[in-house]
Design a protein around this ligand. Structure first.
Ligand code: NAD
Length: 555
């Protein structure tokens, strides 16, 4: 449902002065506002943060009410947010979460885009994606490291150790997809990303994630060749429709080394431009004829996926980057869509087995120096990890902060709690100018069931079992996370995923230290448990090394 109105731009307050009764509520309020900062959100005027229609609040009235409530919420009260709307405030206690969020959850038999969209149009629901509706989106950096790790792993596995001098082809330069160009050049590869909206290309150039724009395949290929001759990597946003450009490149015999896609294919009405349509036509037809738009988009996705399969047949490494394009394309006749793997199954699962995933933090002071100090602390605590050092070096040089300064690092069980406690101590000692918020993406080791992405091809076939993220959310709430969320449909769309999020305040107090220690030990430990239960030996070993009590797995 469109909620577009003209309002002054939203920026979270910076500094150490409170605008609420305590840091417990200042933190979620700042992060909600930060999600809607024009440097962070894709379409803030519509409350859309990223990922198609992933919103931070259901409508502007809800947003205003959320802020009003957070300003007066006490430390022994908990605000319940139902699909982006403040539904109730209840007396709890200081150890309980300050905010509990549920977004887009539907009883399984009704879990379709059609049903969701009907409720959305009536103003009864909101799509929260993952960190949009749970107020911990940190701009494209959030996905840069994961994408960089995935590209680097592809280099290690398939290209003699490195992607240097190689070419990646992809689609989509939105909130998440916008990380691809920077991640590729950081990994040494050139990349062409086909994007149909010039404004998206300009946004990535403005925020330092993308080098060049090209208006044609020829222009893009000249840029790639020039860079190759100079021994450099270049990232190019190629203006066009991926459903048209991919097949044209294939027909011309251009074969990238790696091919993937990150358009918002998970949402066939609002997320993928059908072939032959202009963007304006798409917007009006999506409102007027959602079913016809979805059908046209799925047909176009089939064209793109067939081209990806063609590149694969000619030797390219093809991978699905978590947007469900294979399922959509298959519905439209691309019968072999699933003959290339999802990125988690192929490259990320070994990390998940050790509870390793996208840990992140945000400096509420607004001062980049706070992040640089925490970077140094992470290096000190996790010494001898060359990949981590490399990432922190590159992140400092290449990643521009969007909104409140933040950092992401993939850390595992036994690392996250140590780092979180150390940050809390830095706040206590005055080494940081204000408290920090620490959390993670929902796309993590123990927090998601998503059979087309995070839990695709689990060893024991338990891909669709969502008891795991539900237990994860309840445990985190019990352990006192500052805010906890449970969503449906993030990443891959309605009916395809259920997942939970957490965010924690580190304000330097002893009370925060207790909660941080509990949450950041147990949260990744549930991921190790989930993978050990599915039979992954690495996870069983990790559980044993860390003394996890898993009654059915040797514990
Ligand atoms: P977004 O909606 O912000 O951006 C999508 C972009 O694709 C837009 O800029 C749009 O103009 C462009 N686009 C749409 N159709 C196109 C076409 N036919 N040709 C060329 N460009 C087209 O979405 P996002 O936040 O960038 O997320 C992209 C996808 O990745 C989503 O499906 C999301 O769920 C998924 N995702 C993946 C991960 C991951 O870890 N890999 C994480 C989160 C989200």
């Amino acid at each position: 449902m469109s909620t577009k109105i003209n309002r002054p731009a939203i920026h979270a307050p910076r500094g150490s002065e409170l605008h609420t009764l305590s840091w417990q509520t200042e933190a979620p309020m700042r992060l909600l506002m930060n999600n809607l900062d024009p440097d962070v959100a894709e379409r803030p005027e519509e409350l859309v943060v990223y990922g198609g229609i992933g919103r931070a609040a259901r409508n502007w009235e809800s947003y205003d009410r959320l802020v009003e409530v957070l300003k007066v919420l006490k430390e022994d009260e908990t605000l319940l947010v139902q699909s982006g709307r403040p539904a109730g405030v209840f007396p709890t206690h200081r150890g309980a979460p300050r905010v509990i969020i549920a977004n887009a959850n539907l009883v399984p038999n009704w879990s379709t885009w059609e049903h969701f969209n009907a409720l959305d149009r009536k103003g009864l629901m909101m799509y929260g994606q993952m960190t949009a509706g749970s107020w911990l989106y940190i701009g494209s950096q959030g996905i840069v490291q994961g994408t960089y790790e995935t590209f680097s792993e592809i280099g290690r596995r398939h290209f003699d150790g490195s992607l240097k001098g190689r070419l990646i082809l992809s689609g989509g330069l939105g909130g998440m997809g916008g990380a691809q160009p920077l991640a590729a050049t950081m990994a040494g590869a050139s990349i062409i990303v086909v994007e149909c909206q010039p404004s998206r290309i300009a946004f990535r150039q403005r925020t330092g994630y993308l080098d060049r724009m090209a208006a044609s395949i020829d222009e893009a290929m000249v840029m790639v060749e020039d860079a190759r001759r100079r021994g450099e990597a270049v990232s190019i946003g190629l203006l066009g429709n991926a459903a048209e450009i991919f097949p044209q490149m294939l027909a011309r015999g251009i074969v990238p080394d790696v091919v993937t896609d990150q358009t918002s294919a998970h949402d066939p009405i609002n997320g993928y431009l059908p072939a032959g349509w202009s963007v304006d036509e798409w917007r009006t037809r999506a409102e007027r004829d959602p079913a016809g738009t979805a059908e046209a988009a799925k047909k176009a996705m089939a064209l793109q996926v067939e081209a990806i399969l063609g590149f694969k047949a000619k030797g390219a490494i093809a991978l699905d980057y978590g947007n469900n394009i294979r399922a959509m394309a298959k519905e439209a006749g691309a019968v072999d869509a699933f003959s290339y793997p999802g990125f988690v199954e192929a490259y990320v699962r070994p990390l998940f087995c050790r509870g390793k995933g996208p840990f992140r933090w945000v400096a509420l002071s607004g001062d980049p120096e706070d992040i640089y100090r925490t970077d140094a602390k992470v290096r000190e605590l996790i010494a001898g990890d060359a990949a981590l050092d490399n990432w922190l070096d590159k992140a400092r040089r290449h990643v521009h902060f969007q909104g409140l300064p933040s950092r992401i690092c993939w850390l595992g069980l036994g690392q996250r709690d140590r780092v979180a406690l150390a940050f809390n101590e830095m706040v206590a000692k005055g080494e940081l100018k204000a408290p920090v918020v620490i959390g993670r993406d929902h796309m993590d080791s123990g927090s998601v069931a998503s059979p087309m992405r995070e839990t695709e091809g689990m060893l024991d076939g338990s891909d669709a079992v969502s008891d795991w993220p539900i237990m994860n959310a309840m445990l985190n709430a019990g352990n006192g996370a500052t805010w906890v969320s449970f969503h449906h449909g993030g990443g891959v769309g309605m009916g395809f995923s259920q997942h939970s999020g957490i965010a924690m305040l580190a304000d330097g107090t002893a009370e925060a230290a207790e909660k941080l220690a509990r949450v950041f030990w147990c949260d990744p430990a549930t991921g190790v448990m989930r993978h050990a239960d599915a039979g992954y030996e690495d996870a069983v070993a990790c559980a044993a090394e860390n003394g996890l009590w898993l009654p059915m797995n040797g514990g």
